[in-house]
Design a protein around this ligand. Sequence first.
Ligand SMILES: Cc1cc2nc3c(=O)[nH]c(=O)nc-3n(C[C@H](O)[C@H](O)[C@H](O)COP(=O)(O)OP(=O)(O)OC[C@H]3O[C@@H](n4cnc5c(N)ncnc54)[C@H](O)[C@@H]3O)c2cc1C
Length: 481
Amino acid sequence: MHETSRPTAGQDQSNSRCDDTCDVIVVGAGFAGLAAAIEASTNGASVVVLEKMKAAGGNSIISEGGIAAAGTSRQQRRGIDDSPDLMYRDMLRAGMFLNHPELAREVAVKSAETFQWSIDCLGVEYLDRIDQFGGHSVLRCFTTTDVSGASIIRRQLEKLEELRASVRLQTCLTRLILSPDGTVSGVEVREGFDPREPGSGLTKNLYARRAVVLASGGFGADVAFRSVQDPRLTADIDTTNKASATAEVLVQALRIGAMPVQLSHIQLGPWGSPDEKGYGAGPRFADYVVFQLGIVVDPRTGGRFVNEMADRKQLSDAILAVGLPCIGIADARAVEVSGWDISRAVQKGVVKTFPSLSELASHYGIPPDGLEATVARFNGHVANGCDHEYDKPMLEGFGPLEQPPYYAIRLWPKVHFTMGGVHINSQAQVINLDGRPIEGLYAAGEVTGGVHGACRLGSCAITECLVFGRIAGRNAAARNA
Ligand SMILES: Cc1cc2nc3c(=O)[nH]c(=O)nc-3n(C[C@H](O)[C@H](O)[C@H](O)COP(=O)(O)OP(=O)(O)OC[C@H]3O[C@@H](n4cnc5c(N)ncnc54)[C@H](O)[C@@H]3O)c2cc1C
């Protein structure tokens, strides 16, 4: 980038100074933004990534690193019969058919090649296991070896360095700059921005010769914005998101006429525990062990009330309908068979261990007879090979709950993912209120809406961010090239 004055007037004529220019400006240094930057650089564009925080990574870096991909060679080697079409149908069923079909299809169709790209191009390594999380109909979820999105982010940043593209930290987008014909030509930022002081930093204008890509993530931590969309989601409801997950970039896109999509569809993570802040350590036990191999009960009765392998919306809604934290239970065998390390959650005391079901019941105030009867019924379903009550699929390793110690967690949903955002087409162009692309503006990742409809399936966000980040980056680089 070089300092140059640019006579073109911005939207605000009084502040049209140009402090810097490059081909493609990417806003946000998470999975989507870094994927866009890599692809734009690879395609010959000079790229600058703007990141408001002191470090890159956004929510991506604290994610569990789970990525869904259909029809991969790894699945084929294990005899798992999967296809992009099946993944697409799973996404639509969970999304209550509110998904924009062309976007969901793009994610499913490109999932396997994108997963492979993360291995071949970035060098990301995955565990030698494939999981099936709630709402997926087959095993198709892969997890990075460090069980974290941090390894993907690290590899993306290394790749960008190789490509000589830079990430500018503490640089916060405050406004999109338009040319007189309505094309997005740049951004106004605050350089030296301190996240603790909203108005901090020096105002600068950066111009893009080709395009701007918005990849600023969701708004799960923006209580003011999210509670307007869904008034239940006040500050009393915790979130798994980092404090940086706020709506200001989305708001700027709406200000210049981007079409909003389904902003009130906000996902609650059913595996959240009220016994710790944020995402925490409990979800690995709840999502990876309890939901797959154990049970969730209503503490007032000790009875089950839902298929624990249902999608996140069904599970969260069912827990909220109970009206107080529910109890997720697994036994020593389930923990062992799952292969997941849950020791951190146990050490934190979020997951508790009990030598018997009656002691577990007494700790949580569950009627012991009710719980004993529920477990006996569940074990009967296991013996019969079919859960007649709730239709929970019996995965590999499924077994009766009978081996102490018993492990348990209190569950209360937390704001996790915002399905809504700006409207894009399958070329990642941002669409305006008249249904036409806004020239010079692309978007990818959680800032967009439509891919997941009413409910995102687990592991599908990373797939989405990489698929659409790459599309946005490639198209941004090709524009006016
Ligand atoms: C705890 C947790 C675990 C998860 N685990 C998984 C998982 O295993 N699998 C899965 O598929 N999904 C998972 N998700 C969801 C997934 O991680 C996110 O949807 C995804 O990381 C979003 O990526 P993104 O690039 O769109 O946004 P982000 O990664 O959030 O990046 C956006 C970036 O933009 C920056 N930004 C925002 N506003 C501005 C501004 N005004 N100016 C400059 N920069 C700005 C932010 O600071 C941030 O760094 C998880 C989410 C959480 C919170």
